[in-house]
Design a binder for this molecule. Structure first.
Ligand code: GLP
Length: 251
């Protein structure tokens, strides 16, 4: 995943990256930091937009997604602070902030590569069950399940904010390339639903099936319950477009 992002940054210095938080991409960001330090991977013209932010947690708070991104990636590379964007969860007028965020993405020329994780309930960003599959950036109430999933960052589910600003499913689907990363046994069931199940708003990640260029990167544990796993493996090993990445991705 880090190699796919690095290749995008190298081939298009002004690339607009869509970034995700959560435990899953942490290693990706660590490797990108190393690529900057060791190989000189240049982020000086890169622009980023994160998927979401908690409402009511100030940017300076390390538990905010802004704080998380500063710590995991931004301060380790030469990205310009002004080129990194997250919704402002402290905005007085949250609806106006959501509209402003959409306008900023559009003004930057849209997202070239959107990195995604998947929640245990199948959400993309904070698009909780029953989010419209054409939704735009807006405020969203978090499910108890999602708050429990993020409890360790806040010392208990009851301390996790109950609302967030999130890019909509429709916003995400407008990215030119969506890459979803899923690792570990806990994601195996929901990953199968998202990839091979019906497209439905209860599992918002299933909307990726409607995207024309979506790549799902998984480990064996997360892939364990995929029905057509062997076919996907065959395609990956035989399609020439994956040739430069095959040695890295099949490690
Ligand atoms: C949060 C984020 C999602 C992320 C999910 C999965 O809910 N808003 O964007 O995909 O967590 O987190 P993890 O990677 O920790 O499983």
């Amino acid at each position: 995943m880090a190699e796919l992002i690095a290749a995008t940054v190298r081939s298009k210095p002004r690339a607009v990256l869509g970034l995700a938080t959560g435990r899953t991409p942490e290693t990706v960001y660590k490797i990108l930091g190393e690529k900057h330090r060791i190989e000189g991977l240049d982020f000086s013209r890169t622009v980023t937009f994160n998927l979401d932010e908690y409402i009511g947690i100030p940017a300076e708070d390390p538990r905010s997604y802004r704080g998380t991104m500063e710590e995991s990636l931004f301060r380790h590379v030469n990205i310009k602070p002004g080129n990194t964007h997250l919704p402002d969860g402290m905005a007085v007028d949250l609806d106006a902030e959501c509209r402003r965020y959409e306008e900023k993405i559009a003004a930057a020329g849209g997202i070239d590569l959107q990195l995604l994780g998947i929640g245990l309930n199948g959400h993309l960003a904070f698009n909780e069950p029953l989010s419209s599959l054409t939704s735009r950036t807006r405020t969203k109430s978090l499910t108890p399940e999602t708050r429990a999933q993020n409890a360790t960052f806040f010392g208990g589910a009851e301390n996790v904010p109950s609302r967030a600003i999130t890019m909509g499913v429709g916003t995400i689907l407008e990215s030119r390339w969506c890459i979803m990363l899923a690792t570990g046994e806990s994601k195996a069931g929901i990953l199968r639903e998202a990839i091979e199940g019906p497209v439905r708003s209860v599992v918002t990640a299933s909307a990726l099936q409607m995207h024309q260029r979506c790549t799902v990167v998984v480990d064996e544990l997360a892939a364990a319950r995929l029905e057509h796993k062997e076919y996907y493996r065959w395609v990956f090993q035989n399609e020439p477009e994956w040739l430069p990445f095959r040695p890295i991705l099949s490690r």
